[in-house]
Each structure stands twice: as structure tokens, then as C-alpha cells.
Design a protein. Structure first.
Length: 151
């Protein structure tokens, strides 16, 4: 990656719907080389995809819950099994393997407390290999970044 690639990424993070012609003009490059660079960034997996940012509260999922999960075992097989189990849970927005006394940190969205309780009882607590969980509810989001520091 060079400075032009960084400028492409920065411009796309601001507006992923712009045409290649508009993108090229924004970064000071002609459309054909810009399109080649864009295709390479996509093929290399630097650009993972395109999508809309959605306000979770406006679609009825106003609550964000951070859940620390401690597994019975920290073996590769146990971690892989946990990951496979939660991959299909549509309320899990992020899941991170962590260092420290807890193994997993998840961010889950829910409509309300009853909805979160159903998620716990019907989904998460049925996953084998969980030793314990601790949940914290986000009161508000203070900083939210959609743009990575590139370019």
C-alpha cells in the first residue's frame, strides 16, 4: 500500500457509494488507474466489502450489551467450537478472543431487557463449554468511529 491507496481507502470510508470517476477525481488520479488500484485492494482483501451503516436504535435494537465469557477450556478446539456455535447468532455484532482472566468479549444488541434475557436463555447459555458470563449494558456510545486512520 502506498499513499494513493491510503487516499482511496479514506475517500471510500467517507462515501462508499461514489463512482470510480468521482473517486479518481477526489484523490487526483485518472479513472483507469484508480479502478485498477480499487480492484487490487478488493482482491487483496484490504476492502472487505461495502454496506450501509444503520442506526441500531431506529430499527428497534436500542440496547448494546458487552458480555465477557469465560470458557471451561482455552484449547483451540474449545475456542473453535464456541466460535462455530455463535456464528449464527444474529444479535452478536462483535466477538473478540481476549487476553486476561476472561476469554471472550462480545457485543450483543437487543430490543429491551426481555429480548436480551431470551438471547441469554435460548442462545448463549445453551452453548457448551461456557464456564461463566458477565454482562455490562452500555448507557450510551461516546465515541464511534467508522473511518480507520488511513491516507
Amino acid at each position: 500500500m502506498d499513499a494513493l491507496d491510503g487516499r482511496i481507502l479514506a475517500a471510500l470510508q467517507r462515501d462508499g457509494r461514489q463512482s470510480v470517476t468521482d473517486l479518481a477525481a477526489a484523490i487526483g488520479l485518472s479513472p483507469t488507474p484508480c479502478a485498477r488500484r480499487l480492484a487490487r485492494l478488493e482482491a487483496d482483501g484490504v476492502i472487505e466489502g461495502y454496506g450501509a451503516r444503520i442506526d441500531q436504535a431506529r430499527i428497534g435494537l436500542a440496547i448494546s450489551v458487552f458480555i465477557w465469557v469465560e470458557l471451561d477450556s482455552q484449547s483451540k478446539d474449545a475456542i473453535d467450537a464456541f466460535e462455530r456455535a455463535i456464528r449464527g447468532f444474529d444479535r452478536v455484532m462483535e466477538c473478540h478472543l481476549m487476553t486476561g482472566s476472561r476469554d471472550i468479549l462480545m457485543r450483543v444488541v437487543a430490543a429491551d431487557l426481555a429480548d436480551f434475557d431470551r438471547f441469554l436463555e435460548e442462545k448463549l447459555m445453551r452453548v457448551p463449554g461456557i464456564r461463566s458470563t458477565r454482562s455490562s449494558f452500555a448507557l450510551r456510545t461516546m465515541v464511534k468511529r467508522h473511518v480507520l486512520p488511513v491516507g
